[in-house]
Ligand binder design. Structure first.
Ligand SMILES: NC(=O)C1=CN([C@@H]2O[C@H](COP(=O)(O)OP(=O)(O)OC[C@H]3O[C@@H](n4cnc5c(N)ncnc54)[C@H](O)[C@@H]3O)[C@@H](O)[C@H]2O)C=CC1
Ligand SMILES: O=C([O-])CC(=O)C(=O)O
Length: 308
């Protein structure tokens, strides 16, 4: 099956690399607006195939969407990343126009496509794709929770001094510095609640470091992260192409779930061959419910800046 990745920059190339390395897709098409850039990234990646042992064919194109025709999944990473000191929300002015135009091109050539939205501010960009693509809501999935949950597990393992494979946990709500909701109450080490091992101070630290995970990396790198974002996308794409039905927190259009409607926010969902098979309703504590509602209010304010 064919996967398109729009934006051959840091995140797009990382998506293509992880998808190819796992060898479950027949073809990955990279698209970029910068002349020759996607072609160059595709060629460089293809020259790793014999070294890394994959058969996925990676091609690149400068804006020729006819090459993306018949894609099962398209990942939108086109747009600008933030610089140190910026919020994701500040990217809306430039990225909204790019995401809207890219979506139209993708749908024109692949009407049955499932779109994974990565460009920031992601929850708002996912909402924009819902409002402008004409695709059913099951086929538009924002990527944030998969990455934020991986960062949560990294911070939990650090605090627990445990291997990451011992740890499980999930982050829902908004993909923003303030609106992320790491579900500490449900995090476990080999099935045992982590609250059995960590103090209140450690808990607060894990939650805060998780929420500012993207900002911390942006400060260190001078631009935002790409390895973990690419890996997170590859897990979502694999769950679709291989119909794995994994439960992954994704930014989805809500219609009453978690008390919200007409908004994209991170919630756990079963992801399979048709996209979103089911939004999973989990029980939140009163404090978590309040934080989810607060995150929704902030995302709704940002959505208000969109022009359709
Ligand atoms: N949702 C998430 O968890 C994450 C989201 N991001 C977001 O992903 C986006 C991309 O980040 P990077 O890859 O680091 O940026 P980058 O600057 O390395 O790559 C972006 C690419 O998009 C291309 N582009 C711009 N306009 C285009 C258009 N109209 N059509 C096709 N390509 C176009 C650029 O030429 C560039 O190569 C940013 O908005 C960033 O904030 C980044 C990491 C995680
Ligand atoms: O931090 C950023 O701007 C990019 C992003 O969404 C992330 O890495 O979580």
């Amino acid at each position: 099956m064919k996967v398109t990745v729009v934006g051959a920059g840091a995140v797009g190339a990382s998506c293509a690399e992880y998808i190819a390395m796992k060898d479950f897709a027949a073809e990955v098409v990279l698209v970029d607006i910068k002349e020759g850039f996607a072609e160059g990234k595709a060629m460089d990646l293809m020259q790793t195939a014999s070294l890394n042992g994959f058969d996925t064919k990676i091609t690149g194109t400068t804006g020729d969407y006819s090459k993306t025709a018949g894609s099962k999944v398209a990942v939108i990473t086109s747009g600008i990343p933030r610089k140190p000191g910026m919020t994701r929300e500040e990217l809306i002015g430039i990225n909204a126009g790019i995401v809207k135009e890219v979506t139209q091109n993708l749908v024109k050539h692949s009407p049955d496509v499932i779109i994974i939205v990565v460009s920031n501010p992601m929850d708002t960009m996912a909402y924009l794709v819902h409002k402008t693509s004409g695709l059913p809501k099951e086929r538009i999935i924002g990527m944030g929770g998969a990455l934020d949950s991986a960062r949560f597990k990294y911070r939990l393992a650090e605090a627990l001094e445990s291997p990451i494979s011992d740890v499980d946990g999930m982050v829902i709500a908004a993909h923003s510095d303030t609106g992320m909701l790491p579900l500490f109450s449900k995090a476990t080490r080999n099935g045992v609640p982590v609250s059995e091992f960590l103090s209140d101070e450690q808990k607060a630290n894990v939650i805060e470091e998780t929420k500012i995970g993207g900002a911390t990396l942006t400060k260190l790198l001078g631009t935002s992260a790409w390895y973990a974002p690419g890996a997170a996308v590859s897990v979502m794409v694999q769950s679709i192409l291989c119909d794995q039905k994994k439960m992954i927190p994704c930014s989805l259009m809500l219609d009453g779930e978690y008390g919200e409607s007409d908004i994209c926010l991170g919630v756990p969902a079963i992801i399979g061959k048709d996209g979103v098979e089911k939004i999973v309703n989990i029980t939140l504590t009163e404090e978590e419910k309040a934080k989810f509602a607060e995150a929704a209010k902030a995302v709704r304010d940002v959505n208000g800046d969109l022009k359709f």
